[in-house]
Design a protein around this ligand. Sequence first.
Ligand code: HEM
Length: 107
Amino acid sequence: MIGLVSLFLGIGGMISYSKGTSPFKGLIGAFHGIGLVLILVGGFGISAKLHYGFPTWMIIKLVIWIALAAMIPLAKREVLKGATLWSVVLILGVLAAYLGIMKPFQG
Ligand code: HEM
């Protein structure tokens, strides 16, 4: 949960500045990176402890994780920005949470 909050704080911080000009660049990068690591370690840790294996919903979460990792570089280059970036990140975050809570496609 610390990882999740850190990741979204990082992306949220980046969204408010254009072309990576934030004076908090270092802090934003650190929150984003540490958040991502904690999510990955936490996710695989829970999966190992509860013997979930690596079902389809977790593979999709891993793809979302990669997409969220890419959000800072994409924001810096303004490939995605403003409301579009905001919406994409919101949808990806909600989807990842949905997959973790509902655990659909158990295959
Ligand atoms: C990318 C952003 C992610 C978000 C926002 C997210 C969010 C969540 C949320 C809200 C839950 C529900 C927690 C609960 O019911 O107690 C959850 C569960 C879970 N997530 Fe994620 N997750 C993410 C990425 C990942 C990744 C990359 C993995 C695997 C490597 C993963 C593995 C899991 C597992 C195994 C659970 C089940 C926990 C349980 O049954 O107690 N998550 N996730």
